[in-house]
Design a binder for this molecule. Structure first.
Ligand code: 3PY
Ligand code: MG
Length: 263
């Protein structure tokens, strides 16, 4: 197979793409993740601190760092999905998609006619790609991806129907919410065996339906497991954890170096 540089072709070929995850509303951190080796960076507008303006800057910073640009929108915000596609997001992730109708509405918001009803003006997306707007129009539907998050029992119940939506490119599993929903609120277990089994079944169904399968992973071991389960878009590494871990490490170092000294 020939090497291709666009995210859609990579993911459709089943090649694993690891994405960093940015919540801190600091576009330069997105660029640092890209320069540090993440093949893609996801800008999180659901649980992250980004607003529209800072997300636009982060998408551009990700491009500057040489990585693919992904964005997650807040629940039900299909208008923002279209706006972020305009601003250069190559892949949009929508949380809490629980029905065929919700999946259809979301997917159509990021595709131009005749596939969907995305509204026209992709000046920034075309600019980040180094394309004319007409050149962008010709590749936009094939290369702007919609991934519906599967993270509730309702979504599992509707999975076959969601996967049957022709406009939808794939699904993305949120194991924290999924474990909370499957346990009926008893607790979070994103890394547990029961959750892993459900994740594997979702990936299997998605791949058999010809769709992209993505998942959020908490550590490198889960990344390895996700690749084995057939996922191709895999999250690893959140900027707030990187900063938090570095602070903990600095504190440990200074405690160790100064133990016994008066403070
Ligand atoms: C989840 O695990 O629920 C997620 O949404 C990951 O961000
Ligand atoms: Mg979630």
């Amino acid at each position: 197979m020939t090497e291709t540089n666009n995210l859609a072709d990579k993911l459709r070929s089943g090649k694993p793409v690891i994405t960093g995850w940015s919540v801190l509303c600091v576009p330069m951190i997105a660029e640092m993740m890209a320069r540090g080796g993440y093949e893609a960076v996801t800008i999180d507008l659901q649980h992250g601190m980004y607003d529209f303006a800072s997300a636009c800057e982060a998408l551009a910073a990700t491009a500057l760092g040489g990585a693919h640009r992904i964005a997650r929108v807040p629940v039900g915000d299909n208008a923002l999905a279209g706006r972020l596609a305009d601003m250069g997001a190559e892949c949009l992730i929508a949380p809490m998609i629980n029905s065929k109708e919700e999946a259809t509405r979301f997917a159509r918001a990021v595709k131009y006619p005749p596939v969907g009803d995305r509204s026209w003006s992709p000046f920034r997306a075309a600019m980040l790609n180094g394309q004319t707007q007409e050149a962008y129009r010709q590749i936009a539907n094939a290369q702007t991806l919609s991934l519906a998050m599967i993270e509730t029992q309702d979504a599992i119940d509707a999975l076959d129907e969601i996967l049957s939506v022709p406009e939808l490119d794939g699904v993305f599993v949120g194991p924290s919410d999924l474990s909370l929903s499957l346990s009926n609120g008893a607790g979070l277990d994103p890394n547990g065996e029961a959750t892993a089994k459900v994740c594997a079944a979702i990936a299997d169904k998605a791949v058999k339906a010809g769709k992209i399968a993505g998942v959020f992973c908490m550590n490198a071991g889960k990344v390895r497991e996700a690749i084995g389960q057939g996922f191709s878009l895999i999250t690893h590494g959140i900027d707030r954890s990187f900063v938090g871990d570095a602070i903990d490490e600095a504190q440990r170092e200074v405690e160790e170096a100064t133990s016994g000294s008066p403070r």
